[in-house]
Design a protein around this ligand. Structure first.
Ligand code: CA
Length: 238
């Protein structure tokens, strides 16, 4: 997987109208986004956990689980609490707008919407939530990742990382404090189409730890037994 591709924001389209999904995917990809899809509310929650999207376009009326309920669940989980959500709804459901925003959607568009307007809102919302990424730097505590120069430092000390450790750290820096299972890390860092033994994650976490933690420095990666790993200044094993 090439690094440029990984750095493109991933937009999840949750919509049961196939024609609309096709149109959205085509135009979002043309704008340089990666796209993943779900056709009902239940699938939305599964895809959400597997792919960790950067933004969700969420249809209001969905089979199995409504957009409202999906949005509620997104806001309830610490990992997705700040995930930008744009709600899509049919004209005439204006009263729902208030409910949608109350449920935690960041923005709201009425169908049929104008495509340039949708793309503008996606762009604006991503810029708002990923300010560091647009500047090409990620930071957590004393760790700074310069995405442009592809360089990592801890308290000013230069850290040398292999390409996989770099991507792993990049992902953890994007979600500080969140616990990810080995499977989730595999999906996010290696990609869902690549088969790798879950234990491979442990090997790369070990290398990342060794590179990051100097003498007398706190272990910045927390191991959560039976759950996974998290970037956490409290550090240590639990
Ligand atoms: Ca629908």
């Amino acid at each position: 997987m090439d690094r440029d591709n990984m750095s493109k924001p991933l937009v999840m389209v949750v919509e049961d109208e196939a024609a609309l999904v096709t149109m959205l995917r085509y135009n979002l990809e043309k704008e340089g986004y990666r796209v993943c899809e779900a056709v009902d509310g239940e699938e939305a929650l599964t895809v959400l956990a597997e792919r960790n999207p950067d933004l969700v376009l969420l249809d209001w009326m969905l089979p199995i689980l409504s957009g409202i309920e999906v949005c509620r669940q997104i806001r309830r989980k610490p990992r997705t609490r700040d995930l930008p959500v744009i709600m899509l709804t049919a004209r005439g459901e204006e009263g729902d707008k208030v409910r949608g925003l109350n449920t935690g959607a960041d923005d709201y568009l009425t169908k049929p919407f104008s495509l340039p307007e949708l793309l503008a809102r996606v762009k604006a919302l991503l810029r708002r939530v990923r300010p560091n990424q647009s500047k090409g730097a990620l930071q957590y505590e004393a760790i700074v990742m310069d995405l442009t120069a592809h360089r990592v430092t801890r308290a000013g000390r230069s850290i040398h990382l292999g390409p996989t450790e770099f991507r792993l750290l990049q992902f953890l820096l994007q979600h500080p404090g969140c616990v990810f299972s080995r499977e989730e890390l595999l999906n996010a860092v290696w990609g869902p189409d690549i088969y790798v033994e879950p234990r491979t994650v442990d090997v790369h976490i070990r290398r990342l730890r060794k590179a990051l933690n100097g003498e007398d420095e706190t272990d910045i990666i927390r191991t959560v037994r039976a759950a996974g790993y998290a970037l956490d200044a409290e550090g240590a094993m639990v």
